[in-house]
Design a protein around this ligand. Structure first.
Ligand code: GDP
Length: 455
């Protein structure tokens, strides 16, 4: 029998999205954080969104790590994130009103803070791009990271110091007002009103603010289990994603070290989360996108609407080229495949095994965005199983075609599948192999012997 208990100690694990985000990382990190002492969010801001269902109750989290749903787990918002304090406070209030304690939440003092001008500039610049828009969430995340790179950002530690905040904001808002008024024809901001609003936020957040990298290091020294939770996904990575249709931070596994402030030698495992099909929200090329009825079916069955923006997600077949790319860029040890149940009614399932680029077969993800936009998928078609899987709890319970589908994906990507998710709740999960303590890069998928369903 499979069990959800993964409770052996000592492993520092990164969980990343292996596609374009929304893979169901929230559910997987929630499952794994049961055995984690510390959960760290290392990049992104309130543009991310995880939906976690616990005992029939739905929690929508944007910035706070999913580990908050486990009362003993310490949650850290690391220095690589950007924090919109007003939204973070709303999230804290929402959790408290549902009797979820937030006392274990720590916030990095070196994380950057999203200000009202970031949100205004984000929306105005996206509008100005017209047909070339990136599809940002309009939450000010990109402009916050841009100020960080330009060395004009406000950090949490500045927010905690009224004198420094007042000085910095007077200077910064004066120059941002020029942009708002002259470039975007918007009214200027009143610095005093912004300062007053943010000093109130500071008072509320102060008890949570720490040197987070030090806290994480202390946890490593005390041999605590640490889970690093990525937001967005590999193909949205600023450096390695489908630029310019990417997010403004580094969701890939390497980003965890920078964003949390830990050395790579402290990481034991990297787990990728991928849907059994593919979705993408916002603009940008998407070779396996399904236009028409089948796309609508996947969207409806998978409830493919953004947690943060409510935007409808574009749906497509599983793309093993980007899957292999995610394995490479993140050094994945294993994969959690989610939403297999969404394919339950599908007669025939396509998997993109390679691309056709100008008549040439292309098995590797092209780093040139123009080439990627021209790629045509080469599909292999597999039979569907036409049976509900949401009650399956072991691999033996799965229809043969579903098992064959999973094995095919694992073989194509050359990575073992450790977890299969068949529904939003915690129990709708098959643990194929303990993702943290099982054999590293076990060749479960090629040895031809039955995959054990026991942990
Ligand atoms: P994340 O940001 O990667 O955590 O993804 P989201 O939370 O934005 O989207 C995943 C959605 O799928 C959420 O609504 C989850 O509750 C839901 N979900 C997660 N795993 C499964 C699954 O195996 N089957 C189904 N049907 N839904 C799932």
């Amino acid at each position: 029998m499979s069990t959800l208990t993964i409770d052996k100690p000592l492993a520092n694990v990164i969980v990343i999205g292996a596609q374009w985000g929304d893979e169901g990382k929230g559910k997987i990190t929630d499952l794994l954080s049961k055995s984690a002492d510390v959960v760290v969010r290392y990049q992104g801001g309130v543009n991310a969104g995880h939906t976690v269902v616990v005992k029939g109750q739905t929690f929508k989290l944007h910035l706070i790590p999913s580990g908050i749903l486990h009362p003993e787990t310490q949650c850290i918002i690391g220095s690589g994130t950007v924090i919109d304090p007003g939204v973070l406070i709303q999230e804290l209030d929402q959790l408290e009103s549902l009797n979820i304690s937030t006392r274990n939440l720590l916030i990095s003092e070196t994380a950057h803070v999203t200000m009202p001008y970031h949100r205004l500039i984000d929306r105005a610049s996206e509008e100005r791009r017209g047909i070339h828009k990136i599809g940002t969430t309009g939450r000010g995340i990109g402009p916050t990271y841009a100020d960080k790179s330009e060395r004009t950002g406000i950090r949490v530690l500045d927010l905690m110091d009224a004198v420094s905040l007042r000085q910095q904001l007077h200077r910064t808002i004066a120059s941002k007002n020029v942009i708002l008024e002259k470039l975007y024809d918007l009214p200027p901001l009143d610095p005093e009103a912004v300062i007053e609003e943010y000093l109130e936020y500071a008072d509320r957040l102060r008890p949570h603010v720490v040197d987070s990298s030090l806290k994480i290091y202390e946890a490593v020294q005390r041999r605590r289990n640490i889970l690093f939770e990525g937001a967005q996904g590999t193909l949205l990575d600023l450096d390695h994603g489908t630029y310019p249709y990417v997010t403004s931070s580094n969701p890939v596994a390497g980003g965890a070290c920078v964003g949390a402030g830990v050395g790579p030698t402290m990481i034991d495992r990297v787990i990728g989360v991928a849907k059994a099909y593919t979705t993408r929200v916002g603009e940008g090329p998407f070779p396996t996108e399904i236009h028409g009825e089948m796309g609508e079916i996947l969207c409806d069955r998978g409830a493919e609407f953004g947690t943060t923006t409510g935007r409808k997600r574009r749906c497509g077949w599983f793309d093993a080229v980007i899957g292999r790319y995610a394995v490479r860029i993140n050094g994945l040890d294993c994969l959690a495949v989610t939403k297999l149940d969404v394919l339950d009614e599908v007669e025939e399932i396509k998997v993109c095994v390679a691309y056709d680029l100008d008549g040439k077969r292309c098995e590797d993800f092209p780093s040139n965005a123009r080439h990627f936009a021209q790629c045509q998928p080469i599909y292999k078609t597999l039979p569907g199983w036409k049976r509900p899987t949401d009650q399956c709890r072991t691999l033996d319970d799965l229809p043969r075609q579903a098992l064959d589908y999973l094995k095919f994906l694992a073989e194509l990507m050359e990575v073992p599948i450790a977890i299969v998710s068949l529904g939003a709740s915690r129990d709708q999960t098959i643990i194929v192999e303990d993702p943290i303590h099982g054999p590293k890069r076990a060749l479960l998928y090629t040895n031809g012997s039955p995959i054990t369903a026991e942990v």
